[in-house]
Unconditional design. Structure first.
Length: 283
């Protein structure tokens, strides 16, 4: 299957839901004009990142008008995006949502909340407790959010749960100056994406934002990586744009024929040894 993927590399307005849904609608129109089959927006794309005390004000529940609008849009193009989710218990999550054919098909709550340096997520968000793959019209997929991918266990769980596509939503601030045009953080992310794509023979769709918040820059560089680790589309650094790339989902089959890591993986060994380590550490 030939699939055209769009990555909405946007500069969301901090705390301004109405402004941001207008940005989504603008890119949605561009995506339709380019016959995009799947449209992905960044982590907290509907709200901006450094929300702090604004978290309860911008939190959404599934019946909210904005998510209803995204459901309507997903009847034409499936959409994945980051947002602040409010649970029935009034807990707030840095979450990702996948919508298709007018329905919510999956919500992922960010598991690893960075709280170091410039990051302070655990102060404002509850922590997710699951990593699950889900079925879409294109195949089995999984959603991860930024810091999640820095922990190999999340990508491994998604891989073992059958994910052929890893949708990575990010709001990665720029840091670490390199000698060239790249930042150290952008080089690190590109290495992570390529490594996981090749190790787990799956597509990586990495949607990162741009712009400034509180003087902190977000670098963009959204990209699409094949199971062979090839980059088929790349967003510019620091620029808003719709990044579009075309993939062939048959690449998954071809890669897994030539590289039998999924076939040879010993899940029983992994489970047995992790249980042993867990018992040793927490007995």
């Amino acid at each position: 299957m030939i699939l055209k993927v769009g990555l909405g590399q946007i500069n969301p307005a901090l705390g301004n839901l109405s402004r941001n849904i207008a940005i989504y609608e603008e890119l949605f129109t561009l995506a339709k004009a380019q016959a995009v089959d799947l449209l992905i927006f960044p982590e907290l794309g509907l709200t901006g990142y450094f929300l702090r005390d604004m978290v309860p004000e911008v939190a959404l529940r599934e019946e909210s008008a904005i998510l209803t609008r995204l459901k309507d849009m997903s009847r034409e193009i499936p959409i994945a995006t980051g947002f602040v989710e409010e649970s029935k218990e009034h807990l707030f999550y840095n979450a990702g949502i996948y919508l298709e054919d007018g329905e919510v098909r999956h919500i992922h709550r960010k598991v690893y909340l960075p709280t170091y340096g410039m990051f302070d997520e655990q102060r404002y968000f509850a922590r997710g407790k699951m990593v699950r793959a889900f079925d879409s019209k294109f195949g089995r997929a999984a959603l991860l959010i930024c810091e999640d991918l820095w922990h190999p266990s999340t990508a491994y769980i998604a891989f073992q749960d059958g994910a052929d596509f890893l949708l990575v939503l990010s709001s990665s601030p720029g840091r670490g100056v390199d000698l060239g045009e790249k930042l150290v953080i952008s080089d690190t992310w590109e290495t992570l994406n390529k490594t996981y794509a090749k190790l787990f023979s799956q597509f990586i769709f990495f949607a990162n934002r741009v712009g400034y918040e509180d003087g902190i820059n977000f670098w963009g560089g959204s990209e699409i990586i094949t199971p062979e680790g090839q980059q088929v589309a790349k967003g510019r650094y620091f620029q808003e744009e719709l990044v579009v790339g075309e993939i062939d989902t048959n690449d998954i089959r071809r890669t897994r024929i030539s590289t039998t890591l999924l076939r040879d993986e010993d899940l029983d060994l992994t489970l047995r040894e992790l249980l042993r380590i867990h018992q040793k550490k927490f007995a």
